[in-house]
Design a protein around this ligand. Structure first.
Ligand code: 6PG
Length: 245
């Protein structure tokens, strides 16, 4: 299905398009099956989640959606650093999704134990493709250093890992995180990168133009083995692309 890039004048327009992809993706799967959605953390998704909560509370069949995370910080669920807390505050507390459908990474647990536990949980809930669990839709962000999920440039070996989730350290804060690995990410049916704001324009151009050296950026190694890759950008993040089409 390949890769496509869509550019939007505003984050609301981008959020609307993302929501429509979500509706379409859910409609595509058989009604007797749950839809598996892996969410990204960070600040970019925040405004998109808020948009979904306000505008798609009733439009999306949330009861059919199982919510997972691509990565989580090893902190309690009420920590201001928690990806789960952010998602709960701006989205999950505002939509009719059963609590059993929310399958968070337990940041408060022992990281190694939880990486194994979450791996088994994902295996239990998801169908497999080529022996690897397959998310219907994986949402990802990209850092200005080219990281995605919590796969940082100093840890590209996570794209070769046989494990589905691994424990990593943030290169600057040294804070431990649990992250999906490259083989799990690339096994998704649909991967949607979200990048907004001027700070992302340089890394977005490096990655999307396959500039020399871009292979050192984890986000450039994300490519579904049998699925669709979408990059959703606002004008600011696409600034370098638009200037030199
Ligand atoms: C996290 C995210 C991470 C994020 C990028 C971009 O846990 O922080 O999963 O991969 O997507 O760091 O973050 P921003 O959206 O805040 O720029």
């Amino acid at each position: 299905m390949g890769r496509s890039i869509r550019i939007f004048k505003s984050v609301d327009d981008l959020s609307q398009f993302f929501a429509q992809i979500l509706v379409k993706s859910i409609d595509e799967i058989h009604e007797d099956r749950y839809f598996s959605l892996a969410l990204s953390g960070g600040s970019t998704p925040r405004s998109i989640f808020q948009y979904l909560a306000v505008n798609f509370r009733e439009t999306i069949a949330w009861k059919r959606v199982l919510v997972f995370w691509s990565d989580e910080r090893c902190v309690p669920p009420d920590s201001t650093e928690s990806n789960f807390r952010m998602t709960r505050e701006v989205l999950l507390d505002h939509i009719p999704i059963p609590s059993d459908n929310i399958i968070r990474i337990k940041g408060e647990a022992d990281p190694m134990d939880e990486a194994l536990h979450y791996t088994e949980t994902v295996r239990q809930f998801l169908p497999s493709f080529n022996g690897i669990p397959r998310f219907d839709l994986m949402m990802l962000g990209v850092g200005i250093d080219g990281h995605t999920a919590s796969i940082f440039p100093d840890n590209l070996s996570l794209f070769e890992s046989e494990k589905l989730f691994e424990v990593v350290e943030h290169p600057q804060t040294r804070r431990q995180r649990i992250t999906a690995t490259g083989n799990l990410i690339n096994n998704s049916g649909r991967i949607v990168f979200l990048a907004t704001g001027d700070t992302k324009s340089k890394i977005v151009k490096m990655i999307l133009d396959h500039k020399a050296g871009s292979e050192k950026f984890p986000a450039s190694l994300v490519y579904p083995v049998n699925g669709e890759l979408l990059w959703l950008l606002d004008d600011k993040a696409a600034r370098s692309i638009i200037k030199n089409p």
